[in-house]
Design a protein around this ligand. Structure first.
Ligand code: URA
Length: 290
């Protein structure tokens, strides 16, 4: 197992299986002595909390956040650029099944020619608490038509489990790009421009309580949808994490937290503690305000 710096666990209520799963993720926890002063490193200094999301009947996230978040004010709308994502009027009236059909039938960019399957997403689509957004399908995802089924997906499942979630329960998982780029290359801006409206319509229909964007590419794409300016969203992921952004929707702003991609965490297990801090920050956004 990888040695990672221990992560503060004060205030966490984890059952045995969740502890085992964090251990599996490579996250080591420590609890301070009663008299010890608490020092938490992963996120910057606190600023005022955002307005709580619209209350829902679903249970609050089970684990406390280790720190207060940095919260960005709502971003002013930005003028669309040629590649800026928009929900075209052709998508804005689609319901969930029609949106699925539309994605599966899409031939708007060359990625459609090389795919085995379109990968729209998987999970709870009845107003899930969580929307997890990755980059694009890989080889196995293309073959199976489901996101995050490879090694990175297995780690993502462990991360979800550690948060008291499971694939398909209170969480929907998707990617910015719905078709596999050849040789897993980075998606081109034109491909993102073609595909982002699908993600945007998914968000409108799903109405998640929080969006977790994993990896720099997903972070940049989701923050573009949120109207975050280019200079900000082009920063390295390490600078974007530890903050709560807001994605404007018809139902109100949805918090967005970004974190490392599970594939990166497999290559850099020492960063798993930071990823766990991001997940705690995200979970804290779902806590009841009282
Ligand atoms: N990486 C992603 O970003 N998405 C997947 O579906 C699989 C791997």
């Amino acid at each position: 197992m990888s040695e990672t710096p221990p992560v503060l666990a004060q205030g966490l209520q984890l059952d045995e299986r969740q502890r085992a799963m964090l251990t599996e993720m490579g996250v080591r926890l420590w609890w301070p002595e009663p008299e010890a002063s608490v020092v938490v490193a992963p996120v910057p200094a606190p600023v005022p909390a955002i307005a709580p999301p619209t209350p829902r009947p679903s249970a609050a996230a089970p684990v406390a956040a280790p720190t207060s978040p940095v919260v960005r004010p709502p971003q002013a709308p930005v003028a669309p650029k040629p590649t800026a994502p928009l929900v075209p009027s052709s998508l804005s009236h689609l319901d969930w099944p029609a949106l699925q059909d539309s994605m599966r039938a899409c031939t708007a960019c060359p990625l459609s020619q090389g795919r085995c399957n379109v990968v729209p997403g998987v999970g709870d689509h009845q107003r899930p608490d969580w929307l997890v957004v990755g980059e694009a399908p890989g080889e196995q995802e293309d073959r199976q038509g489901e996101p995050f089924v490879g090694a990175a997906g297995q780690l993502l499942d462990k991360m979800l489990f550690a948060m008291g979630l499971a694939r398909g329960e209170r969480v929907y998982i998707t990617n910015v790009i719905k078709c596999r780029p050849p040789h897993n290359r980075n998606p081109e801006p034109a491909e993102v421009a073609q595909c982002s409206p699908f993600l945007q319509r998914q968000i409108e229909l799903l109405q998640p309580r929080i969006v977790l964007a994993v990896g720099r590419f997903a972070a940049q794409s989701v923050l573009a949808l949120a109207g975050v300016d280019e200079a900000t969203r082009s920063q390295p992921l390490g600078k974007l994490r530890g903050q709560v952004f807001r994605l404007p929707t018809a139902q109100g702003p949805v918090p967005v937290v970004v974190s490392y991609h599970p594939a990166y965490l497999l290559r850099s297990p020492a960063e798993k503690g930071k990823a766990w801090a991001d997940l705690c920050l995200a979970m804290a956004q779902l806590k009841p305000s009282t």
